[in-house]
Ligand binder design. Sequence first.
Ligand code: NAD
Ligand code: MG
Length: 382
Amino acid sequence: MKKQKLAILGSTGSIGTQALDIVRQHSDKFEIVALTANSNWELLAEQVKEFSPSYTLIGNEGHFETLKNTINHTEVISGSDKLPEIASLEEVDTVLNALVGFAGFESTVAAIRAGKKVALANKESLVVGGALITEELKKSKTELIPVDSEHSAMLQCLVGESMSNIEKIIITASGGPFREFSLKQMEEVTVAEALNHPNWNMGAKITIDSSTMMNKGLEIIEAYWLFDIPVEKIEPVIHPQSIIHSMITFIDGSSKAQLGLPDMKVPIIYALGYPERLPLETARIDWNKIQNLTFEPVDFKRFPCVKLAMDSIKLGGYAPAVLNAANEVAVERFLNKEIGYIYIAEVVEKSLAKIESSDSLNIETLKEIDKETRTYAASILK
Ligand code: NAD
Ligand code: MG
């Protein structure tokens, strides 16, 4: 594999720091050209000292001066609005988009337009602008490789297969910390409990999304755009052990699954190396230990967010963008203890019910919809 020049957007986050661990293991294969963070300037400064990127962006402008005075030999840039410029830098081959939320959308589009290979962790990009991103990908010669473990599993099962032979995609979900909670118990859920995921250690937003299972809903939309499959053919199933990361059933009744420990480094390195596989020093499954792999159906009554997301894709147009914006606001309000846990779904449902039209989708209209929805979602249940 030719040495790849990387821009890591969101290098201080859960995905970003794990990606840097991979770069540490493979310094002959990857070179860091740009690193970006929002507010954790201390960690960003440490990363800059270790990886010597040519460009360093800090989103929160209040930290610009301090950061600039702490690091040398790198161009320090201030403001999240410059992220798309980082994503399209001449010197960059591959962009790892590990930003969280709608904040990552424009950078994905910019990277594709600039012909960069995109390793996409920021699933919200495809949720809000799947149509636009798909169109841009068709126009360009580049590729977008998913980092999300389920979609990486799907891609790995699909290598060598014809897309027309897919009968069904089975997307697995851990079920999160409240898998066995009754609706009554969910009324009492605290922020600390929701932030305590049984299998994965991730950023706060996706951890809450996993607990409401909105994460699975967003991932169904992500799979819809990545693999051009009708939603009816994407079936979520609960698999509490998070060993099977997803499966594909083909037209002859045969199914393929991808397995591994719950470890995001595996899908990250697969996306960075794709189509090659690179060695990774990380724990392996011990098949001589007794363990059970179990499956159960998703209960849409207790986890209405999955259904809301599936409905939004059927509604089409702006609906998934509205779903996403409302969810981002609802999650933030829950984390700030402004609304109770069970009201996250209600904020999303009410925001979706307000949609009027859904014509032309472009970056500007999507930004407007995102902004309008945020204002509305922040006002509900006040
Ligand atoms: P995180 O909160 O740990 O990190 C987010 C990163 O983005 C940080 O570096 C932060 O500084 C930066 N950032 C956030 N908002 C920003 C803004 N407005 N401007 C500039 N920078 C900003 O999140 P994470 O868990 O690493 O998740 C990142 C993405 O990957 C999300 O879309 C998530 O859904 C997806 N993902 C994460 C995991 C996981 O295990 N963490 C698994 C699958 C998918
Ligand atoms: Mg996932």
